[in-house]
Ligand binder design. Structure first.
Ligand SMILES: Nc1nc2c(c(=O)[nH]1)N=C([C@H](O)[C@H](O)COP(=O)(O)OP(=O)(O)OP(=O)(O)O)CN2
Ligand SMILES: [Zn+2]
Length: 141
């Protein structure tokens, strides 16, 4: 079962939606601090995306849940994160994964006429560790 409780983002948009998903992915952290995580290993990542905006599109959606899943699950599921160019320079730590996922999702939202915003990305790597990425207001395109 997917996680049901999330850290809340405070905002004054009219609408908010949250999309949960899981991806099976491998990674390695090529750094002396990483210990055993220097070796390639896998996780079932749990991801929660928080999207908000003031207007709906002509389908009555803030954004289609399926579009959000395509943008993350469709690209990273059953892959080695280190193989993706976006992780070649920034090591795929939980924090960096959360930021990269935000960049992808918010860039997709920027193409919509009703312009929803991704306000928070939560990435849970293990049952005992997660990271959040919350953009600064001026980071949105
Ligand atoms: N700030 C970060 N610290 C660590 C990261 C990270 O991404 N950001 N990653 C790791 C490892 O990759 C590991 O996958 C996760 O570490 P950890 O939560 O310590 O894993 P455990 O299952 O061993 O946790 P326990 O609570 O001790 O069982 C390390 N650090
Ligand atoms: Zn790991």
């Amino acid at each position: 079962m997917l996680q049901q409780f999330y850290p809340q983002v405070f905002h004054d948009f009219r609408y908010e939606l949250n999309k949960d998903m899981q991806i099976a992915a491998a990674h390695f952290i090529d750094h002396d601090d990483a210990g055993l995580c220097r070796e390639t290993h896998g996780h079932t990542y749990f991801i929660n995306l928080t999207i908000a905006g003031d207007t709906l599109n002509d389908s009555g959606f803030l954004v289609n849940f399926k579009a959000l899943k395509e943008e993350i699950h469709g690209i990273y599921d059953h892959s080695l994160l280190n193989d993706h160019p976006e992780f070649v320079e920034g090591l795929p730590t939980t924090e960096v994964v959360a930021r990269v996922f935000w960049e992808k999702v918010d860039a997709r939202l920027a193409k919509q006429g009703n312009r929803p915003y991704c306000l928070q990305v939560l990435v849970r790597e293990t049952p005992t560790s997660y990271a959040l990425y919350r953009p600064k207001r001026d980071e949105h395109q």
